[in-house]
Design a protein around this ligand. Structure first.
Ligand SMILES: NC(=O)c1ccc[n+]([C@@H]2O[C@H](COP(=O)([O-])OP(=O)(O)OC[C@H]3O[C@@H](n4cnc5c(N)ncnc54)[C@H](O)[C@@H]3O)[C@@H](O)[C@H]2O)c1
Length: 259
């Protein structure tokens, strides 16, 4: 059975996923996209969120965080499947999860720019005592973040590695919605947003974005570090995040799936 797929948002991540689908992923046909910015000629119709949700079995979200609830509502109210890369939206808008529950919809969150979530999920069934994530990016990667604006942080004036934020994943998502999807995803896989500790560092010497996690329980301690070069199409993003959606699509249909 072929699944009809739609992509919402054709920025750095959405266009990489579109290219992968056009090259061919068994079991899926790209039938429509939704994008408001001019993107030249597109291989499938560019439609609004309602039509996208009507036409597709599976919709892949690749949007700015503020737009995500608008799409999620149309998809989940129709009981469709949503691949959600902007996982911080699930923390900021708990109604999204309720829409899935009430309408028999489904939300799949890919690993994005993070690693080791498979082990974190497994450990969560045994019990996690502590979960931490430390994210480091060049200062300009935090441009426009609400926390930076509210605290009048001069990003251009940062000359050495500086901790911008320490707190839980919920407050991190509110302060840095476009930067801390990794923290949101870790919290969803592990012990939830209130208990997941987050540090955000700005480092002028950093060439890309790195994320270190430490998750421990009685039976295992998981430590992992991912260093991602910034995506040339969007320096706040990473190419690994786009390919994690491609990997998710494979995982959902492959005869042998390694997670
Ligand atoms: N989970 C992760 O680890 C992870 C990693 C990187 C990025 N992200 C998140 O993924 C999302 C996409 O990232 P990106 O780098 O592709 O962003 P991007 O800014 O490059 O692309 C977003 C696209 O959405 C389009 N758009 C905006 N409003 C729209 C609307 N109303 N309808 C249709 N299209 C609209 C924009 O024109 C743009 O092309 C972001 O929210 C980002 O924070 C998650």
């Amino acid at each position: 059975m072929m699944k009809s797929v739609g992509i919402a948002g054709l920025g750095a991540i959405g266009s990489a996923v579109m290219n992968a689908l056009l090259e061919g992923i068994e079991g899926y046909t790209l039938v429509a996209v939704s994008e408001t910015a001019p993107k030249g000629s597109l291989p499938v119709p560019n439609v609004g969120f309602i039509e996208l949700a009507e036409r597709c079995d599976l919709i892949i979200e690749c949007l700015p965080p503020a737009i995500v609830p608008e799409l999620a509502r149309e998809v989940l109210f129709r009981g469709k499947e949503l691949i959600l890369i902007t996982s911080s939206a699930l923390l900021m808008h708990p109604e999204i999860k309720a829409w899935a529950n009430e309408n028999n919809g489904r939300i799949v969150v890919p690993s994005g720019a993070l690693a080791a979530l498979d082990a974190v999920k497994a450990l969560s069934f045994l019990g996690i005592r502590e979960a931490r994530i430390r994210s480091t990016k060049p200062p300009k990667g935090f441009t426009g973040a609400p926390y930076v604006m509210e605290n009048a942080i001069d990003l251009a004036g940062i000359t050495e590695k500086t901790r911008l934020f320490e707190g839980n994943a919920l407050d991190a998502a509110r302060g840095f919605p476009a930067n801390v999807n990794v923290a949101a995803t870790l919290s969803l896989a592990g012990i939830g947003p209130e208990k997941t500790r987050v540090e955000i560092w700005a480092d002028p010497a950093a060439k890309g974005n790195s994320h270190e996690i430490e998750v421990s329980g009685e039976f295992s301690t998981i430590t992992a570090k991912v260093a991602n070069m910034p995506d040339p199409a969007n320096p706040k993003s990473s190419m690994l995040a786009a390919q994690s959606i491609v990997a998710t699509l494979h995982m959902m249909t492959d005869r042998i799936a390694v997670i």
